[in-house]
Design a protein around this ligand. Structure first.
Ligand code: FAD
Length: 415
């Protein structure tokens, strides 16, 4: 069977890989100059700059079916986090192996048994689900509410919410208000407690590169935006890419939500959450392999990591790379963003020397995932003969969600 895949993000690449493994003739048309979509790494002056801070969880169930973890040379963060409030800092040791430490570390002066028990219950509750993505229905005894409401339902105090849950999960969901669906919180909590949080040694862009390497050499056409789907009556029969028409038995639309809507009127969620990611070269902050969180309600940055401590390849010898994230996308000029970032970091580490390297403003990092959104997402199968959808927006907004969607789209084509 001849199949066209539109888009070489993780969903499109996973779909193409599965179809090629089953002996199909697959062509992937990608609008940009590289594979990976939102998951790419730039190389600049010996530094590896991921296009926005993102991490991979080794427990991701769908992703691990398609990725060879060993060849990705995955490098793990230390579990836990360092939470900064003004000049104070508390180290959260390892909530995975010792869930009670979450409460103990943050309330070292007043750790209550109740806080520890709540954290243990949270872990046990999250582990009950066996879903493949946050979007899957996790049981009828469970109502989908905001993460904030869910955590308050456990009885967590406002203090632990402000000092830990908002910056930590705010950094993952890009939403410090914790308005994100509790399905995403539960799924992420299960991923965090079931494995390691990692990046590939050579940057997050190694993930799509590995998928692309499983395809025949000429299967991917870069700089080839699809302008239009070809139709014969109701049926989609191919695509016009960079001015040339290509026919196929099936077309998989694996473009992002906005492009999928433009090309085929797909009702994919178009509301987004964004991130401003600042990179600094440094002589080294000495912060180890933990994520640093801003536990102050005010302040500019949400989370910071010395990413070259996770993998030394991120910086040239003798240098260190600091990755700092502010939630949302700001209009201010780069210099002003860099200055504000330095102000936060030097409040925590007064001796820090930081040289601005690059600023990434990412408007559409993830689609917004308020409670209830997952139930209304489009399916892989469409009512248009010959057309199948792949993209995070059929599952949840994550590496795993995109890859699961790609896998399911391939199954749909083969049906
Ligand atoms: C800053 C940031 C932080 C994130 N953090 C995490 C994290 O920590 N963990 C996690 O699991 N996930 C994270 N995510 C989310 C995750 O990266 C995405 O959910 C996933 O990559 C989406 O993949 P996709 O294939 O569905 O879409 P995309 O990556 O958007 O791929 C779509 C592709 O289609 C192409 N395309 C569009 N229109 C056309 C056209 N007309 N013709 C041809 N090609 C076209 C695009 O160029 C693109 O390559 C983050 C994302 C960002 C950006």
């Amino acid at each position: 069977m001849r199949v066209i895949v539109i888009g070489a993000g993780l969903a499109g690449l996973t779909c193409a890989k599965v179809l090629a493994e089953r002996g199909n003739d697959v062509s992937v048309f990608e609008a940009s100059d590289g594979v990976g979509g939102r998951v790419r790494t730039d190389e600049r002056d010996g530094f590896l700059l991921d296009r926005g801070f993102q991490v991979y969880f080794t427990a991701y169930p769908a992703a691990r079916r398609h990725l060879d973890h060993a060849s990705l040379d995955l490098r793990a963060f230390d579990p836990g986090a360092v939470v900064h409030r003004g000049r104070e800092r508390s180290v959260l040791s390892d909530p995975r192996r010792d869930p009670g430490s979450l409460a103990a570390s943050l309330f070292s002066d007043a750790a209550t048994t109740g806080d520890k028990l709540r954290t243990l219950r949270l872990v046990a509750d999250a582990k009950r689900d066996g879903t493949e993505s946050a979007g899957e229905f996790a049981g009828d005894d469970y109502a989908d509410v905001s993460s904030l409401e869910y955590l308050r339902g456990f009885g967590f105090s406002e203090r632990i919410l402000d000092r830990f849950f908002r910056p930590f999960y705010g950094g993952i969901f890009l939403d410090r208000e914790l308005g994100t669906s509790s399905r995403v919180l539960r799924f992420t909590f299960r991923m965090l407690s079931g494995g390691d949080t990692v990046v590939p040694a050579q940057g997050i862009g190694e993930i799509p590169k590995q998928l692309a390497s499983r395809l025949p050499e000429d299967a991917i056409c870069l700089n080839s935006p699809v302008e239009e789907l070809l139709r014969d009556g109701e049926r989609v029969t191919g695509a016009r890419a960079a001015g040339t028409e290509h026919e196929a038995d099936a077309v998989v639309l694996a473009a992002d939500a906005l492009a999928a809507n433009r090309l085929a009127g797909v009702p994919a969620p178009e509301e987004s959450v964004g991130q401003t990611c600042l990179y600094y070269a440094s002589g080294g902050l000495g912060t180890g392999k933990k994520i640093l969180l801003n536990g102050d309600e005010r302040g500019f940055l949400n989370n910071v990591v010395e990413i070259s401590n996770i993998s030394e390849s991120y910086a040239p010898p003798g240098e260190s790379l600091v990755c700092a994230v502010a939630l949302g996308v700001m209009d201010a000029p780069d210099e002003s963003l860099f200055r504000r970032g330095i102000k936060d970091i030097t409040r925590w580490y007064p001796d820090a020397d930081l040289r601005p390297l690059a600023a990434y403003r990412i408007q559409f990092a993830q689609f917004a995932q308020p409670p209830g959104v997952h139930g209304g997402l489009p399916r892989n199968r469409t009512s248009t003969p010959g057309l199948v959808l792949a993209g995070e927006y059929t599952e949840d907004s994550s590496i795993n969600g995109a890859m699961l969607s790609g896998e399911r789209a391939a199954v749909e084509v083969l049906r």
